[in-house]
Design a protein around this ligand. Structure first.
Ligand code: GLC
Ligand code: CA
Length: 589
């Protein structure tokens, strides 16, 4: 690895708003660090590891749901919004965690799951108790299709499918009605049409913000407004199920989001907000994140992680060169200077990026660092998912017993035989949920007990302990990227411009600001490829540059650095790029 921080001053840029030069780290609490020997990560474990995150240079920590929950969907099924699940600790442990994070200069963002609750939430228990319950209308209860026997096959109120497979309706024999659940059966959808529901949600959000939480990642937020009358959906558009067009981006969605903002975040200036919107397109995204809309700071969109899933999530097709870079480019251009991107490759719902988009066998380190360079220096706020910074790989999911996730188990239940389809093994959410690999002990330093989910075979060789000392490691490379975001103003406010160098697998872009300019070059393939910058008359060509960061060991070229006082022979932007090679240049044309 080549890293030349001395080419730049050490001072952090003072960005406005503050999150434009921040780096976020996402924690999946059940798999981060166990401290009480039960095999599940906990809040005390997160607190103890905050120094590691501060040392990396992290500014914001997003913690996946830790509220009281029966854990049908690992905490995304909340039974009490104002308490911590005993699995993770208690409110005191949470306050200690926030206090320590703030001491270290980091902000803490909670996961906000308000499209649905758990079936064990008192609101739902009361709603289900009788058709006359005062809270009946807090959820979606409907009769069977006219003329059909309630509970009979095909009698569901409409044809909508759940994100996790099967009908989105669950029959309740007590009342003879069905309730709607876009996700698991244990996750009934709240009725956002009811103003009492919205009031209760905003109260709860303010309660956390007042307690010291710095903002929210808002779960599944583009499905809270359903089409009036809940009509049948047309044919499915994979990876989404039937009915998706009737509940994604519904008619009152933006009205609700603007109301949420004005009732909560607007009273907590500086709070951080990112919405998760699985249906957002490069065209619709500005509705959520343009500053004048008063909704969110940024958006978690899905277009790049849904690439190749046109035949279904668990039947992925191979990707071709340039597909990923093209989606990145489309989003950068669409949001431009008017919106803001949440930049990510991984999260707790996605397989590991090196396993999916890189080459985990021949070019593990190179592809991990190339992918990192490709997404991290675009315009937006980069998110790192725990373990991504050490190049963690997917799980060993070969038998049914290896799976934990409700979505994967539903999929297996719907099939004959015991065989695990390769598409499920590759795409299952369990791939991203294996324990954080801290060291090379049998349980990777995650727990002293038996972990709740198995570790991948690669866990013995991939871990923080070995990488933290090694300047050539993936971890050190991530640290350098984080540092670059903090030092280089062009990476915060600069424009994004893709440069076509004639090879689809070469992702080359330039970030330009009045006071600084950066050229990012990434080979997203295992082939040796030569970039061809367009001629000087047609477009921009780098003429004066210095290599700032690179993921190969040897500067291998004939050309010399023509910037600064040192004359160093260095690889030039015009030189061929090796397999998964990445280079970041400072440019002064
Ligand atoms: C989001 C979460 C996912 C969860 C779902 C339902 O997509 O990221 O983990 O299962 O919403 O809450
Ligand atoms: Ca524990």
């Amino acid at each position: 690895m080549i890293h030349r921080p001395h080419l730049l001053p050490a001072a952090h840029t003072h960005a406005s708003p503050w999150w434009t030069n921040a780096v976020l780290y996402q924690i999946y609490p059940r798999s981060f660090q166990d401290t009480n020997g039960d095999g599940f990560g906990d809040l005390e474990g997160i607190r103890q590891r905050l120094d590691y995150l501060a040392d990396l240079g992290i500014d914001i920590v997003w913690i996946c749901p830790i509220y009281r929950s029966p854990q049908a969907d690992n905490g995304y099924d909340i039974a009490d919004y104002r308490d911590i699940d005993p699995l993770f600790g208690d409110l005191d442990a949470f306050d200690r965690l926030i206090a320590r994070a703030h001491e270290l200069g980091m902000r803490v963002v909670m996961d906000l799951v308000v499209n649905h609750t758990s079936i064990e939430h008192p609101w739902f228990v009361e709603s289900a108790s009788s058709v006359h319950s005062a809270r009946r209308d807090w959820y979606y209860w409907r009769d069977a299709r006219p003329g059909m026997q309630p509970g009979a096959a095909g009698a569901e109120p409409n044809n909508w499918e759940s994100f996790f497979g099967g009908s989105a309706w669950q029959y309740d024999p007590n009342s003879g009605q069905y309730y709607l659940h876009l996700f698991a059966r244990e996750q009934p959808d709240l009725n956002w049409e009811n103003p009492q529901v919205r009031d209760a949600v905003y109260d709860m959000m303010n309660w956390w913000l007042d307690r010291g939480v710095d903002g929210f990642r808002v779960d599944a937020i583009d499905v809270i407004s359903k089409a009036p009358g809940l009509p049948d959906g047309g044919p499915a558009r994979p990876p989404f199920g039937v009915g998706h067009e009737c509940y994604a981006d519904g008619p009152r969605l933006h009205e609700f989001l603007q109301e949420m903002n004005s009732r909560t975040f607007a009273h907590h200036p500086g709070s951080f907000t990112v919405g998760e919107a699985s249906n957002a397109s490069a065209e619709s995204a500005l509705l959520f994140c343009a500053p004048d809309r008063g909704e969110f700071n940024m958006l978690i969109q899905f277009e790049h992680v849904n690439l190749g899933l046109e035949n279904g999530k668990f039947t992925p097709r191979p990707m071709s060169d340039g597909e990923l870079a093209d989606v990145f480019t489309r989003w950068q251009n669409a949001l431009g200077e008017r919106g803001w991107n949440a930049l990510y490759l991984e999260n707790h719902d996605q397989p590991r990026s090196v396993s999916r988009f890189g080459d985990p066998t021949a070019y593990w380190r190179e592809s991990a660092t190339a992918l990192a360079t490709a997404y991290f220096l675009q315009r937006g706020t980069p998110f790192i998912y725990q373990g991504q910074e050490i190049g963690m790989l997917g799980g060993a999911l070969s038998t049914r017993a290896d799976f934990r996730d409700v979505e994967s188990l539903n999929y297996l239940d719907g099939r004959e035989g015991n065989e695990v389809p390769t598409g499920l093994a590759a795409m299952s959410r369990d791939n991203g949920r294996t324990p954080m690999q801290w060291d090379d002990s049998p349980t990777a330093g995650f727990t002293s007990a038996h972990p709740w989910i198995g570790l991948p075979p690669s866990s013995s060789s991939i871990n923080v302990a070995t990488q933290i000392q090694d300047p050539g490691s993936i971890l050190s490379y991530y640290k350098a990227l984080i540092d670059a975001r903090h030092r280089i103003p062009a990476l915060t406010q600069g424009t994004f411009e893709r440069i076509d160098v004639g090879e689809p697998a070469l992702f080359v872009y330039r970030r330009h600001a009045p006071d600084s300019e950066v050229l990012v070059m990434v080979n997203l393939s295992g082939a040796v490829l030569t970039p061809h910058f367009p001629g000087p008359d047609e477009a921009w060509v780098p003429t004066r540059w210095a290599l700032y960061l690179g993921n190969t060991d040897v500067p291998h070229s004939s050309d010399s650095v023509r910037m600064g006082s040192d004359e160093v022979h260095d690889v030039s932007p015009h030189d061929a790029m090796g397999p998964w090679e990445a280079r970041v240049y400072l440019v002064a044309n």
